[in-house]
Design a binder for this molecule. Structure first.
Ligand code: SAM
Length: 272
């Protein structure tokens, strides 16, 4: 039988089954599939604002930037890790904080399997639907994933939240979590233009909890050259956009091209 992502009701945690254009649990809690194809399983009490997550402007900028291919090497390293560590022939993969779906859809193309992309931003998930119709796109919180306990082979968290207990809950024993986080030098040249002083935080990934056994912690660095449009898109998709002074923004908007460092950590761990 074909593998599927096993959903649970966000209200009562009983299994959700597809019934036409809805998903329904035994207690008759019902959730309609949206016209674009996604399923909204985010309960009002789990929303911290009217429109949680990235804004539409940030998401559009993210899509423009990611489609330039400048972060393709990141996608390749996650795909390789997934092939290496998720031993199932057709793994069930949950991408938590999937945003507008760039990585989820490319990773699915690179590796086989059954995928769900989860994000708290409805705008993000709505955009993600246009990337790949075979992926189950869900509006939900990472803190209470609407996924059956022990049913997933892999969880991916790319520049997203790391919630070890919840990710361990949805993973089967031997399932893996693959996390990508930014390194200290990530976009350093851009920060040097934006800020008077760049504070170096220790961005080394936090140690594994006792639930997981770390199997890879690798550091990756490469250079990219951005043209003016890519630079503006990158700026808009990051939190720096909200902190930048007018003069610095004008300086960046007039910059024709800029070489930047991409620096990230990939950590893979297996559920014990
Ligand atoms: C920096 S973005 C990364 C998006 C995507 N993984 C990428 O790299 O393009 C972080 C994402 O996490 C989502 N997010 C924030 N809090 C969340 C939560 N509690 N549950 C699910 N997603 C969340 C945001 O809406 C946003 O899309």
């Amino acid at each position: 039988m074909k593998n599927t992502v096993k959903l649970i009701c966000p209200v009562c945690k009983l299994p959700l089954k597809r019934d036409g254009k809805s998903y329904i649990c035994e207690k008759k809690h019902s959730f309609d599939v949206a016209r674009q194809g996604y399923l909204n399983l985010l309960l009002v009490q789990n929303k911290h604002s009217l429109n949680p997550g990235d804004t539409a402007d940030m998401l559009n900028a993210r899509r423009r930037f990611l489609d330039s291919g400048k972060y393709l090497p990141i996608c390749k390293s996650v795909s390789e890790a997934l092939k290496k560590y998720s031993c199932a022939p057709e793994p069930v993969v949950i991408d938590v904080g999937c945003g507008e779906g760039y990585y989820t859809s490319l990773i699915k193309k690179n590796c086989c399997g059954v995928y769900a992309g989860v994000d708290i931003s409805k705008d993000g998930v709505r955009m993600a639907c246009s990337r790949n119709k075979e992926i189950l796109w869900l509006v939900a919180t990472a803190a209470a994933l609407p996924i059956e306990t022990g049913s997933a082979d892999a969880v991916i968290a790319m520049f997203s939240l790391m919630l070890p207990d919840e990710y361990a809950r949805v993973l089967r024993h031997g399932g893996c979590v693959i996390e990508v986080t930014v390194g200290n030098d990530h976009l350093r040249e851009l920060k040097e233009i934006i800020y008077d002083e760049v504070f170096v935080q220790d961005k080394h990934p936090s140690p594994c909890t006792e639930i997981f056994e770390e199997i890879e912690c690798s550091e990756h660095k490469y250079k990219i050259t951005l043209d003016n449009e890519e630079l503006k898109a990158l700026l808009m998709m990051t939190p720096h956009f909200w902190r930048i002074h007018k003069e610095r923004r004008e300086k960046l908007e007039a910059t024709e091209s800029l070489e930047l460092t991409v620096h990230y950590w990939l950590r893979a761990a297996v559920k014990r």
